[in-house]
Design a protein around this ligand. Structure first.
Ligand code: SF4
Length: 260
């Protein structure tokens, strides 16, 4: 990778450059330029990525995304084939019993809450939208159990509508390490990314950041030496032991909650 960005040019007398210091004081324009370069690298690195949840229509993606809370996409993909075979419409889910659905998704954790969310959401789809998954952010986020992240996943991947950027745990971590946001709140992180990333890339940017978080910028042990973004990243080789301890504490707390 050739780095000719003025952001990265040396300001040090020894001819080297201090990436972290330069990025800490970068202007909005410089940050946008760096974000574009990050996207170029991610696009080249992950040319084939797409939504990791299996689905054939908007309803299946909506259900799979609700089920994926606090759970891996792989586990969801193991459960959904049988589920999608049995429940083919929003009315099918709306008429299901919580006990039965909870049993069918038991392996995903939080199964009772998730079963209730799916049933309540589908009841609203039947009552307010004639059984069809709505196509707008406002209508989707008005459905029970559907927040901006889920709505963004459905709009971007099932309808091809670029309304926002889905921020999950990987996007949150990787965006922070890359210096694309200073926030911890997902809505504020999304707003920062929407400012930095061209609208036509919003859905793919989320996928790229998620895959980078899974394959390279892992929570506990990021592979900075092998990272394609190292020259554009202020955190390269600097993820501190403290950060790792915080991440591990969060992971332990999450798994404790999951086991309740
Ligand atoms: S250089 Fe390290 S911290 Fe930065 S994105 Fe790559 S793996 Fe993550």
């Amino acid at each position: 990778m050739v780095l000719c960005n003025s952001v990265l040019r040396s300001t040090r007398p020894d001819g080297g450059f201090n990436l972290s210091a330069d990025m800490a004081s970068e202007t909005n324009q410089q940050q946008e330029t760096r974000a574009r370069r990050i996207l170029e690298v991610l696009r080249r690195t992950y040319p084939e990525v797409q939504c990791a949840l299996n689905f054939r229509n908007p309803l299946e993606l909506l259900i799979a995304t609700i089920l994926s809370a606090q759970c891996t996409d792989e586990r969801v993909n193991r459960v959904t084939p049988a589920l999608f075979e049995k429940y083919k419409s929003a009315a099918d889910y709306a008429g299901a019993s919580i006990d039965t659905l909870a049993r069918e998704i038991r392996s995903l954790g939080f199964f009772r809450n998730k079963a209730k969310s799916v049933i309540d959401c589908c009841k609203a789809i039947v009552e307010k939208h004639g059984g069809e998954v709505p196509r707008t952010m406002a209508e989707l986020t008005n459905l029970p159990g559907v927040g901006r992240k889920t709505a963004n996943v459905v709009l971007g991947n099932a309808f091809g509508v670029q309304e926002g950027i889905a921020v999950d745990t990987h996007v949150r971590r990787v965006a922070a390490r890359l210096g694309l946001t200073k926030h911890d709140d997902p809505d504020k992180i999304e707003a920062d990314l929407m400012r930095l990333i061209p609208r036509k890339e919003w859905a793919m940017a989320s996928h790229w950041l998620i895959w980078h978080g899974r394959l390279r910028c892992m929570a506990r042990k990021p592979d900075c030496p092998g990272c394609e973004l190292a020259k554009l990243c202020p955190s390269a080789n600097k993820v501190s032991a403290k950060d790792k301890r915080v991440t591990m504490r969060k992971a332990a707390a999450k798994s404790g909650k999951r086991n309740k």
